[in-house]
Design a protein around this ligand. Structure first.
Ligand SMILES: *Cc1c(COP(=O)(O)O)cnc(C)c1O
Length: 427
């Protein structure tokens, strides 16, 4: 395909960076009255020039035929596609270093639609543990109702134990998909993506179907981790978190090869899990500052982690930025992640009482679930996001009653440390 001017990603031989491309890629002012910024296209449907064009656009949108050389497809109806969704997907695909991207009404909508695309009754799914609470419920309860069984592994660094889980899953049914979260929330456990790829390759040989390796990359986001480079087939984001970044919208995305994303998009069209024009527009605005927001949050988090590591009332830190050289996560961290990010957890000395005392005395940091916003949020996973996780599994993964999760924002770092200092005094 010839590159149109608004999909320009190079100057001569120079490949432009995402930070640069976020300001204009995929949008043509000439198509919208010269407007510098894309309008919000509030329309449910699109007018065809003639009946033949309507027929062609429907055939192409439904995937009944491929584009002919020089042919362009067009928009049909906003459940399938709309201009704001198209521009947003083009820009996110750049961050994810993917051929294609599809966006959804939420992170859970992206995960659920992907499950519908690749899982069939009687299938099994292999997943890492712990999972985001919503994903856990979807796999265990909702997908379970369709006869799909979930098999979890806890040590994502040990391929032998991952294989034990994979074999158990394969014995119970066709493995339809491998879904992993790395780093895991809230303890920052890592999953070796090269090992996941190996297991998918082995399953392809034994069962004649390749289960896609799907990575939930919400915690580090597309700036600090590119799962497709390390063995994943699809990378998934809750856009609600770092990409949206202002705690003011809900959205999700999945990126990968055109062939795989097409399968998921087909289900999105049937289920109606697409993202609305207004949220797409807000996300385009957010993408313009993704790089600087994540950079600042990452720097702030490093300072907060250093402060906590040296504080006498802190028992333990689950932070990827200061792994000791004998930590088993170190090699995988250095291979897969470009930074430690700004969401991590720590244990105060004591238990729930001491953790609650710290949380209740903070004056700047807000007590709320979610992460990745401009403001610093703190929460108590055992009593909140992970209260549904069995105590046994919580203990296995180190999710104690003294554990606090923090998502460090972009405030002034001295103010943040002063807030922690005064709250810790009250513990
Ligand atoms: C928030 C989150 C989700 C779900 O995303 P929503 O946008 O809330 O639907 C999935 N995975 C992880 C790791 C998350 O943090």
């Amino acid at each position: 395909m010839t590159e149109d001017t608004y999909h320009k990603s190079r100057i001569a031989n120079r490949r432009l960076h995402p930070e640069t491309l976020m300001m204009g890629y995929g949008y043509s002012p000439a198509m919208s009255e010269g407007s510098l910024k894309p309008p919000v296209f509030l329309t449910s449907t699109f007018v065809f020039e003639n009946a033949q064009q309507g027929k062609d656009f429907f055939d192409l949108t439904a995937g009944r035929r491929e584009l002919k050389p020089g042919e362009k497809s067009g928009l049909v109806y906003s459940r399938f596609n709309h201009p704001n969704m198209e521009i947003l997907e083009d820009r996110l695909a750049i961050w994810d270093e993917a051929e294609r991207c599809a966006v959804f009404a939420s992170g859970m909508a992206a995960i659920a639609t992907t499950c519908f695309a690749f899982l069939r009754p009687g299938d099994t799914i292999i997943h890492s543990r712990p999972l985001y609470g919503g994903t856990e419920t979807l796999l265990k309860n909702q997908m379970g109702a369709f006869g799909i069984k979930a098999f979890g592994f806890t040590d994502g660094l040990d391929i032998a134990s991952m294989r034990v889980t994979a074999n158990a899953a394969a014995a119970a049914g066709r493995v339809g998909m491998i879904l992993v979260e790395t780093p895991a929330n809230p303890t920052n456990g890592l999953v070796d993506l090269a090992a996941c790829k190996l297991i998918a390759d082995e399953l392809e040989r034994t069962q004649g179907y390749r289960p896609p390796v799907v990575v939930d990359n919400t915690l580090l986001g597309p700036k600090y981790q590119k799962p497709l480079k390390h063995g994943a087939d699809l990378t998934l984001l809750s856009l609600t978190k770092y990409v949206g970044g202002h705690s003011d919208l809900v959205g999700g995305s999945i990126s990968g090869s055109a062939a795989l994303v097409k399968q998921v998009k087909s289900w999105r069209g049937s289920l109606g899990t697409q993202l609305d024009p207004n949220s797409c527009w807000m996300l385009m605005r957010s993408l313009e500052t993704l790089d600087i927001r994540m950079h600042r949050a990452n720097e702030n988090a490093q300072r907060v982690a250093e402060y906590l590591a040296n504080h006498p009332k802190i028992a333990r830190l689950h932070y990827l930025g200061n792994l000791s050289s004998d930590d088993p996560r170190k090699t995988v961290f250095e291979r897969q992640c470009e930074a430690a990010g700004s969401t991590f957890a720590f244990d105060v000395k004591g238990g729930e009482k001491e953790a609650f005392a710290l949380l209740d005395n903070l004056q700047i940091m807000k007590l709320a679930v979610s992460l990745g916003g401009t403001e610093t949020l703190v929460s108590h996973p055992a009593a909140m996001t992970h209260s549904g996780v069995a105590r046994e599994l919580r203990e296995e993964i180190g999710l104690t009653d003294a554990l606090i999760r923090i998502s460090v924002g972009i405030e002034n770092i001295e103010d943040l440390i002063a807030d922690l200092a005064q709250a810790l005094e009250a513990v």
